[in-house]
Design a protein around this ligand. Sequence first.
Ligand code: FAD
Length: 519
Amino acid sequence: MIAYLERFIHENDSESRPNDDEKDQLPNICHSLDLQGTIDCVATGLAGKDFGGMYTCEPLALIRPASADDVARVVRAAYRSPNLTVAARGNGHSINGQAMSDRGLVMDMRSTEGNHFEVVRMNGETFVDVSGGALWEDVLKRCVLEYKLAPRSWTDYLGLTVGGTLSNAGVSGQAFRFGPQTCNVAELDVVTGEGQLMTCNKNENSELFFGALGGLGQFGIVTRARVVVQSAPDMVRWIRVVYSEFEDFTRDAEWLVTRPEGESFDYVEGFVFVNSVDDPANGWPTVPLDPDQGFDPSRVPRTAGSVLYCLEAALHYQKTDHPSTVDKAVNSLLGRLGFIEDMKFQVDVSYVEFLLRVKHAEESARENGTWDAPHPWLNMFVSKRDVADFDRVVFKRMLKEGVGGPILVYPLLRSKWDDRTSVVLPAEGEIFYLVALLRFTMPCPKAPSAEKLVSQNREIVQFCVKEGLDFKLYLPHYQSEEEWKRHFGSQWSRFVERKASFDPLAILAPGQKIFKRIS
Ligand code: FAD
């Protein structure tokens, strides 16, 4: 099998592609690897694309492992070869080809999604063991429906895999309270770059455990995660309030995220929107939570600028709670905030409906064609120290016409993040902001080309660098080692050491373009 695949590699070195005869030998390869799952050298299309829609490549094979043992066998085979690489593919929701392996092997981790689902109670805490290839939306449904339990920390959109978000951080409006998803995991099973299946946690194989969390897939393939869960609420009061001044918006958002547990909302986010009725994707119509609610522009102060700000919050409650108790809790918090008078929208939805809220956006984006068009997204963490400068130049000027989709901006707390993980944060202060430019556009020529939008992203990053803003890219994407070194800063040497320990030949996650495969 190795000899067979190597032949492909050498041919690929001279720009040739596997031919049909060789592909016909697939059953033999499969047999020699002795996988329970499948290997496909023909229909590899899925593995060469991602949500970003800007990169494509042609992998050698798409493997659908059935178990962690299959994953280990494939990695061991690549390890014994002179130049094969292996990319674990979660749900392919990366933007810049991070889950791809050009002329290498791609493992579709979704094929393992049903392998684990077990509630574990230990030392007074409750966890759920799930597969690295499971989608968070399935984890949610099973946890709530079968056990009335739920993970504490989420992403906004749940069509992402456990292994995919744990390789980055996994953030949403609960992270101010519980930290990112990488801080809500007690144990992992990981297949290292030598094809060894290891169980790791903060005491056992801790370097691998912390390395893999936020490790951009560089140290191993996560096949099982033990996720912290809590009792799930029945309902959520979902609220949006509007601000014309960034200073008022940040003051209130920071106040909410620094209140003790039980004295604030359970979810806090925010977004920037265009101060205009004409823009259905970026303007006033994006704010009301219910079609019956109207946005009354006469309430927006005349002094307001090109963009406005929306603080989004949610409070959990049980069906048995008296409505007046919920109203009281919500009103006492809202009463402390300085949003534009009467610019308040709220609805009551089930907890599951709230967590699946982005699914509706997905459905309409699929209908209007923007889901399948390129997504030149930019995600960053910007220090509180510099976020007002960022607003002044980027939100108010560069993005005054919006990005065709949400522009998220909300505060997070450094103390809720574990600096032993591989995630990189801005250098200073307790509070930093997640900024996400979630661009949705029609395919060119109806909208600006992806290149144009990528170049606007580049201008934004260049502005931050030039002005010395304290920031880091989230879901980073760089081409050269120099840039990666700068990204990791003082954590670079630890990252390199972890790579040498757990993936010494640099087989894993080549699409991140951090390390080159060692022959
Ligand atoms: P992939 O794109 O398939 O993989 C990402 C990286 O992880 C690759 O390097 C891959 O090799 C590696 N990888 C995948 N599976 C494993 C595994 N089992 N073990 C080890 N490495 C693995 N992020 C947030 O934090 N919060 C959000 O609210 C949020 N919302 C999003 C909404 C949308 C619509 C999209 C497209 C993305 C969003 N993201 C968000 C970003 C998302 O978390 C990352 O893009 C994530 O990597 C996608 O998960 P995936 O399962 O598709 O991973």
